[in-house]
Design a protein. Structure first.
Lengths: 143, 244
């Protein structure tokens, strides 16, 4: 009879343990995944912009360099797709600024999207200092 | 007696069981307390605020570069008006409102009295010349309850001709906070006598304890005064100074 009680007790303990584990919200929880990726995306773009690299890449259309910079700054398991647009929504980048598996963007439930705005860039070769904004849309997903 | 013993044994097991559940529950609570993931929604918006602040300051620099080339006094106001509208439409749904105020009075900026008009001013063709812009922004983001976040964009470039002798011009170039501008080459300078452009052979820079960085500009020919020296920094801001 006591053996049965011990078994029941063990089950209760196991149940309590699994219940406690279920309640715990970890950083990798889907609840926070999108906001984490958004934060990461904003920080990466802001960091590049603060160093003056982002505007240089975007306005001089150095898409390969921009892709390389994003690959260096983002973790390896984070896939990205960057689109550079004019204010009217027309795409500026002729080639895709992309890293990762395209299917992941369509299949994943946690796709983060970050919008970043640039006001203009002084072009010393043509002495142009006009207001010429660009909008950067960075999509992020964990692979 | 056996029945009593059996009964006590069951109570003991039940008690141990309850204590075990309590220990596990406390353990689970302790584990959660230690590994609690501190989620700060504010952090998500810091880079967004940084983006708007940084690019608003960049736009003031860009407008000043434009003003120093065209002397269009309304360029800053026109650009900031467009920026204000574009920011609202780009971040639609976030409730962003960016207001600005252009300086229109006299300000003492790093020891120089600057009388701004529409946030812009330049004092050229002096031995100590400058180009300056000043705008104060107020940012509201209603989606996160941020109101009245103020920041000032003060852009300044000063060119001072220290001496002129033979083919050599010594000058200093300083930006905001009287910080010496570094990395200027002969392409950044232009020397004129009247309307005649005098070719520059080389530009050197050396450190001086009093002035910071002094640029030594060597011209292709001997210079006679009054001489005009023009500088354009990496932001495209231009200043023209004259030595008589």
């Amino acid at each position: 009879m006591r053996i049965v009680e011990v078994i029941i007790a063990s089950f209760i303990i196991m149940f309590a343990l699994s219940f406690a584990n279920m309640l715990a919200v970890t950083p990798t929880s889907p609840k926070y995944e999108v906001t984490e990726l958004e934060k990461m995306g904003y920080n990466v773009l802001f960091d590049l912009d603060k160093r003056g690299i982002l505007a240089n890449f975007v306005y001089n259309k150095q898409w390969n360099d921009l892709q390389a910079a994003l690959r260096v700054l983002l973790p390896l398991d984070v896939y990205f797709n960057l689109t550079v647009c004019y204010l009217n929504g027309t795409e500026v980048n002729e080639i895709p600024i992309f890293y990762g598996n395209r299917e992941t963007f369509t299949s994943s439930k946690n796709v983060a999207s970050v919008t970043y705005c640039l006001c203009g860039y002084f072009n010393s070769t043509i002495n142009n200092a006009d207001y010429d904004p660009r909008i950067l849309i960075l999509q992020l997903v964990r692979g | 007696m056996k029945i009593i013993k059996n009964g006590r044994g069951q109570y003991v097991i039940i008690a141990i069981l309850m204590i075990a559940i309590m220990i596990i529950s406390i353990g689970a609570l302790m584990h959660r307390a230690v590994t609690y993931y501190r989620h700060e929604p504010w952090e998500e918006y810091l880079a967004l605020i940084g983006n708007i602040e940084l690019n608003s300051k960049r736009l003031v620099e860009l407008s000043l570069a434009n003003y120093s080339r065209t002397l269009n006094q309304s360029i800053l106001k026109t650009n900031l008006e467009k920026w204000k509208t574009d920011i609202q439409s780009t971040y639609i749904g976030k409730g962003i409102t960016l207001n600005y105020e252009l300086a229109n009075n006299s300000y003492n900026v790093y020891g120089t009295i600057i009388k701004y008009s529409s946030g812009l001013n330049c004092s050229w063709l002096q031995r100590k010349s400058f180009t300056a812009a000043n705008a104060t922004f107020t940012l509201d983001i209603t989606s996160i309850g941020l109101t009245g976040y103020k920041f000032t964009a003060l852009t300044f470039l000063n060119l001072t001709i220290l001496s002129v002798s033979g083919r050599i011009i010594n000058a200093t170039v300083k930006a905001e906070y009287k910080m010496p501008v570094v990395g200027l080459t002969k392409e950044n300078f232009q020397v004129r006598f009247g309307n005649t452009v005098i070719p520059i052979l080389s530009t050197r820079s050396c450190y001086d304890t009093k002035e910071g960085i002094i640029y030594t500009i060597e011209c292709a020919q001997n210079i006679s005064t009054p001489i005009i020296l023009e500088v354009s920094d990496s932001r495209g801001i231009k200043v023209i100074a004259q030595y008589t």
